[in-house]
Design a protein around this ligand. Sequence first.
Ligand code: SAH
Length: 344
Amino acid sequence: MEKKDIRALSKEDLRLFFEQNGDKAFRGNQVYEWLWNKGVHSFDQMTNISKEMRERLNKHFVINHIKVDTMQKSTDGTIKNAVKLHDGFFVESVLIPTETRVTACVSSQVGCSLDCKFCATARLKRMRNLNPDEIFDQVLTIDAQSRLFFGKPLRNVVFMGMGEPLMNYNNLLKAIEKIINSDSLAITPKRITVSTSGIPKMIRKMADDQVKFKLAVSLHSAIAEVRTKIMPFNEHFPLEELRQSLQYWYNKTKSRITYEYVVWKGVNDQKKDVEALIQFCKFAPSKVNLIEYNPIDEGLFQQADYSALTMYQTMLKNAGITVTIRHSRGKDIDAACGQLANKI
Ligand code: SAH
């Protein structure tokens, strides 16, 4: 008999297991706590469960868990974990420290099915979705590292690692539920950001589900032809549909939308590009994060001149849109945006 992954079971499933095996249902709650709040890796550590029941659990289930295969530290304090999954696949997750807080940047898929031309992860292709426990474990690991190396718990989580979170929506939601609820993490939804390349149908679904976390959209251009060139899937998810889904999201959640945006030389560094961006996002309170480009190849793309960034900054500000220029962290260890590609 092949053993099942016990963390695929809900609390209710676990309660039922105990009942059906002649024990008290509340033992299921205890096991759930061991798994999700205390993060144990073996049934033997579940000391309030009888030896007989532990053996029975062991017979039926495994506790899959991730392993940090390599941990690299950047000169700026950023830590990148190459994480090995139970079936041998790898993903990466990053701890980003600032003076005031620590943020975890985690992966949602092994590789990615989208085809953004400027992103290293896109070249890996999508191998599989991560399970809720594999997403949760990345966060738990970074929380432990944060306490160990920085003396404080993890405060923020961003789904900006490998993969497209909205293409693994059900598992994403299950993982976020644990991140919010588990005693060990208890991170509030407002400090969790899900970043998407822009899947209109899923943005509407999130709005309908009344999720409480924040939404970030990797826009990079509000001009259809330009966006299709750098993010070819844009052809199947037209900008206008994306905008309408974001409007739907805002109407339902009243939650400000963040746009991630890289300005490249000769791609989107003209006045008309900024005008299109303003036109695109002015329907709701928005924030534009101008991200520094992290080169991933031989000069196919180049970061725009500083003057282009200041043009964006001034024009956006004048239009009443919040704008920040974000410098990359962890570039020396390939841990920055778009550099996650299992290179080690
Ligand atoms: N698929 C989701 C989650 C990945 S987030 C999304 O696209 O939002 C990774 C972020 O880094 C995205 O905003 C992406 O557009 C950006 N990015 C990708 N490659 C990059 C690069 N080489 N330099 C800077 N940012 C990059």
